[in-house]
Design a binder for this molecule. Sequence first.
Ligand SMILES: C[S@@+](CC[C@H](N)C(=O)[O-])C[C@H]1O[C@@H](n2cnc3c(N)ncnc32)[C@H](O)[C@@H]1O
Length: 306
Amino acid sequence: MSFDPYDWAKIRVENLISKIDIIKKDGLKLSPGDMWSIKKFLIISYCIGGFVPIFRKYFDKFYYVDTHCGAGLIKFSEPELTEERFPGSSLVSLLKSNDKSFSEYFFFDEDEESIKTLKDRIEKLSDVIGSKIITAEKKEFSQSVNMIEELNGFKKAFLVVIDPIGFKEIKWELMQRILAIDTSDVIFTFMTHVVARHRSNCTLDNSYGRSLSEFYGDKSWESTTKGEELMAIYKNKISKFKKFVYDIPVFQSGNQVGYHIIIATNSKGAGNIVDSASKITKVKTEMIGGGVKVVTNKTHEISEFF
Ligand SMILES: C[S@@+](CC[C@H](N)C(=O)[O-])C[C@H]1O[C@@H](n2cnc3c(N)ncnc32)[C@H](O)[C@@H]1O
């Protein structure tokens, strides 16, 4: 069957937007994000759909851990979409159907207001979310890593979603501890344009260099200034811990890569699922924007994608 990236994205966008109708006008805090964030959410949703049946087959407990969960909703900068909202990673995970649910969900963010807002939204959406075991707490990334290590044990697995604003709080020492857990699958937003912009400001002895060295855990970033190559170096470091590591570029608009979603797993089955997700690469931010406008009745069907 041929894959139509516009239709694929529009159906999923419609499904998610329809579920958040009762909270979209709550006036509470919103998380950073825009049209290009939706591709990331669709990738997270796709991975959950593929990974959960595998987790269920091999593990007694499997946990969803969102280390930078945000407040649950994002907005759009386009003037005609100012009233519209889209669910963030936390709600996307909770809005999956019951047969794709985890044993437990952990939502962490260092920002107290985001956690309070997320809890409020989860409560209001309780009919759609159903009975799931959910913990939402203020926690800085390093504390989330400690919690994952404490929870780890026999026949337990994790999907850890790491979606930071930049890169400075993701020290390699912390990332490495998550990757070292055999049964942790990781979805990581590598902020390619932020890392590359930061790299271009570096002289080796200044603070710009120090934060990159903490992020990479070494000075491997010194060998290039190009965003794609900086991402590839990081991905290569991850592949020392995980057998299957993939990256999916997300373009802010046109050909400018904003970030890469890096997905890492030791499971061959999960790897195959991500491999076939490469078709999501064909979904362009402009198509998603078109889909959102059609779904929210801002425009009629967009003919240029047919
Ligand atoms: C890009 S937003 C995440 C958005 C969220 N995943 C979503 O889908 O809407 C990044 C979040 O990271 C949080 N944050 C920043 N530094 C952090 C840290 N060191 N530990 C935990 N959370 C942090 C911010 O408060 C913000 O909510």
